[in-house]
Write a protein that binds this ligand. Structure first.
Ligand SMILES: NC(=O)c1ccc[n+]([C@@H]2O[C@H](COP(=O)([O-])OP(=O)(O)OC[C@H]3O[C@@H](n4cnc5c(N)ncnc54)[C@H](O)[C@@H]3O)[C@@H](O)[C@H]2O)c1
Length: 442
C-alpha cells in the first residue's frame, strides 16, 4: 500500500490533549492548574480514555470516498452546524486514487492526509484524526472498524458491518473494546435516530398494540448498478470496483440493503431471531448481463423469535416490478406501519401518524457528536452486528436450503468469506453462484 502522494507518513499520533467532560481542551491548553491536574489524571488512566475526548474542531477521516462516504461527510458537517461543534474533514482514504480526488478538492485536504490503495485505511487510522467515517463495501468493515478502535478513534460506520459470520464476531469484539475505551461506535442505521420510528416503537414497547405476533418487512427494489472493469485493474480490483455483485464484499442484497428493515424487526421485537428458514434465487441477473457476479436477486425468509412470533422478510432486485421498502407489525391490540418518512400505529380503528423531524442521515451525526461531547459516547456495535447476523443467517439458509439457528451461527459456524490476503495482486474469491443442495452449511 502506498499513499496517493508517496508521502513518508512519519506523522505521530496526536497527544492526548483533552480532559474530563467538565474541563475543556482550551482550558488544558491554557495551562490552568485544575485542568493540568485533570489531564494528568486522565493520562494516568491510559491514553485511550483521553482519546474519547475531542478537540474544538473534530478532525474527521473518511474511508471510502464513494456515494455514501461523500454524503456522510456532508451530513456530519450539517450536524456540526446544528450542535455548534467544529468539525473538519481532515483526511481521506480510498482503494482508488481517482475516488479521493473529489473529496480532497472539496474539503481542501492536505496531500499528506490523502491515502489510496486497499490498505490505505492503515495510514488513515494512524494519522492525527479523531473520528473515522467508514463507507467502503461492507466486507472490509470488520477489519477497518477494529483498526480504528485499536488506534483510539471514534467511529461512524455504515451498515451492514460485515458480510460474513467471522466479521460479525470481529465487530462485536471490537465494539466491546470501544466501550472500554469510551469511543463512539455509531452506525448508518439512520431509522434508529428518526423521530417517526422512535416515537412509534417507544409506544409499541409500552404495550400500545399489545403482544406483537407477526411482522412483514420488505426491501423490494428495481435494480442495482453494475460496474464494468476499467483498464489496468487487477482481478481483485475488478471485484472491489464492482463490489455489490460479490458476496464477500456486499453480503448480497439481504445484507446490504434489507438490513435496514431487519433492524426495525429486531427493534420492535426487542431482540434478535432464534432461527431463519429461507429461499431465493438468481432469476433475472444473468438476463440483464450482470456477469461476472454471484449474488442472487430475491430472498424470502421466515424468522422465528424467542416468543414464537414470526417475521416474514422479502427483498428483491427485479426491474419493472412493484417497489416496497417498509415494515408492518400485527399486535394483539393494533398494528404498526413504517417506512423511511412516516410511521403509524392503528389501534381500535384510530390511526396515529409520526413524521421524521430531521433527516436520519444528519440526526445520527448530531446524536453521535452530542454523545461524545457529553462523555457518554454512543455504542451501537453489538446491536448492528446482531442485525447484520440476522440478514446473514437468512441468506445462509436460502443459499444452503437448511434452517439456520442463531446460537449455532454465533458460536459454531466457521463461515468466513472475506479472504485473509486482500492485496491488489492477490487472487480474489472465485465467482460461484450459491446453489441449495450444493452450497455447504459451514
Ligand atoms: N445508510 C444508508 O442508507 C446507506 C446508503 C447507501 C450506502 N450505504 C452503505 O455505504 C457503503 C458504501 O456504499 P456506496 O453506495 O457509497 O458505495 P460506492 O461504491 O459509491 O463507494 C464505496 C467506496 O469505497 C471504496 N473502497 C472499496 N474498497 C475500499 C477499501 N478497502 N479501502 C478504502 N476504500 C475502499 C470504493 O473505491 C468506493 O469509492 C455500503 O456499505 C452501503 O451499504 C448506506
Amino acid at each position: 500500500m502506498r499513499s496517493q502522494n508517496e508521502i513518508g507518513n512519519s506523522r505521530t499520533t496526536k497527544a492526548p490533549a483533552a480532559a474530563a467532560p467538565a474541563v475543556s481542551r482550551r482550558s488544558v491548553l491554557k495551562g490552568s492548574t485544575a485542568a493540568m491536574g485533570a489531564a494528568a489524571t486522565f493520562a494516568a488512566m491510559g491514553t485511550n480514555f483521553a482519546w474519547a475526548q475531542v478537540s474544538e474542531e473534530i478532525k474527521v477521516g473518511l474511508i471510502g470516498c464513494g456515494g455514501r462516504g461523500s454524503g456522510a461527510a456532508v451530513n456530519i458537517m450539517e450536524a456540526a452546524g446544528i450542535v455548534k461543534q467544529g468539525v473538519k474533514i481532515h483526511a481521506c482514504a480510498d482503494a482508488f486514487a481517482s475516488q479521493t480526488k473529489r473529496i480532497q478538492d472539496k474539503y481542501k485536504i492536505e496531500a499528506k492526509n490523502v491515502f489510496a490503495g486497499l490498505d490505505a485505511y492503515k495510514e488513515l487510522v494512524a494519522s492525527d484524526i479523531e473520528l473515522v467515517i467508514m463507507a467502503t463495501p461492507p466486507g472490509f468493515r470488520p477489519i477497518h472498524f477494529a483498526a480504528a478502535i485499536d488506534a483510539g478513534k471514534h467511529v461512524f460506520f455504515e451498515k451492514p458491518v460485515a458480510s460474513d459470520i467471522w466479521g460479525v464476531r470481529e465487530v462485536i469484539a471490537a465494539g466491546k473494546r470501544a466501550q472500554e475505551k469510551k469511543l463512539a461506535a455509531v452506525t448508518g442505521t439512520q431509522r434508529r435516530h428518526q423521530t417517526n420510528y422512535n416515537q412509534a416503537i417507544e409506544q409499541i414497547h409500552a404495550g400500545a398494540i399489545g403482544d406483537v405476533t407477526h411482522m412483514s418487512v420488505y426491501w423490494n427494489g428495481q435494480d442495482i448498478w453494475f460496474r464494468q472493469p476499467e483498464p489496468g485493474m487487477t482481478a481483485m480490483e475488478e471485484q472491489v470496483h464492482n463490489w455489490y455483485h460479490h458476496i464477500w464484499l456486499s453480503g448480497d442484497q439481504i445484507c446490504e440493503q434489507h438490513i435496514h428493515n431487519l433492524d426495525i424487526a429486531n427493534w420492535v421485537m426487542n431482540g434478535h431471531p432464534i432461527s431463519a428458514l429461507g429461499l431465493g434465487g438468481r432469476q433475472v441477473r444473468d438476463a440483464m448481463g450482470q456477469k461476472p457476479g454471484e449474488i442472487w436477486d430475491h430472498f424470502g425468509i421466515e424468522y422465528e423469535y424467542a416468543n414464537g412470533a414470526r417475521v416474514l422478510s422479502q427483498c428483491r432486485h427485479w426491474p419493472k416490478s412493484d417497489s416496497n421498502v417498509s415494515e408492518y407489525a400485527i399486535g394483539s391490540k393494533g398494528t404498526f406501519s413504517g417506512n423511511d418518512g412516516t410511521t403509524s400505529l392503528t389501534i381500535g380503528g384510530k390511526k396515529q401518524t409520526f413524521k421524521s423531524e430531521r433527516s436520519g442521515y444528519v440526526q445520527e451525526h448530531v446524536d453521535m457528536i452530542n454523545s461524545i461531547k457529553a462523555g457518554k459516547p454512543l455504542n451501537e456495535a453489538q446491536r448492528v452486528a446482531e442485525s447484520t447476523l440476522t440478514a446473514i443467517i437468512g441468506r445462509t439458509s436460502a443459499y444452503t436450503g437448511k434452517k439456520v439457528m442463531w446460537d449455532w451461527a454465533m458460536n459454531e459456524s466457521k463461515q468466513r468469506l472475506v479472504p485473509e490476503n486482500i492485496s491488489k495482486d492477490a487472487e480474489p474469491p472465485k465467482v460461484v453462484v450459491p446453489q441449495p443442495g450444493v452450497t455447504p452449511l459451514v
